[in-house]
Structures are given as structure tokens and as C-alpha cells.
Design a protein around this ligand. Structure first.
Ligand SMILES: [Zn+2]
Length: 111
């Protein structure tokens, strides 16, 4: 029983870390973009644009890893919603913003 709870706690900690990394990239994207555009205008160092482009690409990888996270309790995808013919929407395969509970068994990320 203890090992089961430890395994769930470790799985949730890993998902929390990925979710935090994704949200940090997401919310810092536009401030970084504005700062880089202002710097390019001041200095004409055009290659600074590679910074937000790289941030965007890293964000895509982190988002992909986040959405592949499996729930440590039910082993189903944590963020991917249950898709039924009645509940289907074009965004059913993603969770944006990432939810705080498992979309299948309701396991809560933060207690
Ligand atoms: Zn679950």
C-alpha cells in the first residue's frame, strides 16, 4: 500500500514538473518576444530572433511530453480527455490549459 502511494506521489511530482515547465515557457513567450524585438530595433542584431524561435520549438517538445504523461493511478493519459462520439470536439486530444486532475479517474495534481 505504501509503495503504491509512493509510486503515485512520484508520478504526480513528475507531471507537476512538466506542467510547470510548460506553463513557464507559455507565459514567458510574449514578454521574451517583445524584449527581443525591442533589442533588435535598438541594436540591429537580427539573430536575437532565434531566441523566441528556439523557445517556441522547446515549448512544442515540452507540450508533447506533457500530453503523453500517464496517470500514475489509472495508467491512462493524464491530460487527454475521454473522446466519445457525443463529447468529441476538434480539441479533444489536448488539454489547454493543462487540467489539475486526471481526465479519466479524477486524481488531483495538487492536494
Ligand atoms: Zn487517472
Amino acid at each position: 500500500m505504501d509503495t503504491q502511494q509512493e509510486r503515485i506521489a512520484q508520478g504526480l511530482a513528475a507531471i507537476r514538473t512538466r506542467r510547470r515547465a510548460y506553463l513557464a515557457i507559455l507565459f514567458s513567450f510574449f514578454p521574451v518576444l517583445v524584449a527581443v524585438m525591442a533589442a533588435i530595433r535598438r541594436t540591429t542584431l537580427w539573430w536575437l530572433i532565434l531566441l523566441p524561435i528556439g523557445q517556441f520549438l522547446v515549448g512544442m517538445v515540452v507540450q508533447h511530453r506533457l500530453h503523453r504523461s500517464r496517470c500514475p493511478r489509472c495508467q491512462d493519459f493524464f491530460f487527454v480527455q475521454v473522446v466519445t462520439p457525443q463529447a468529441y470536439t476538434p480539441a479533444s486530444s489536448i488539454s489547454f490549459p493543462p487540467q489539475r486532475r486526471c481526465q479519466h479517474c479524477g486524481l488531483v495534481l495538487y492536494r
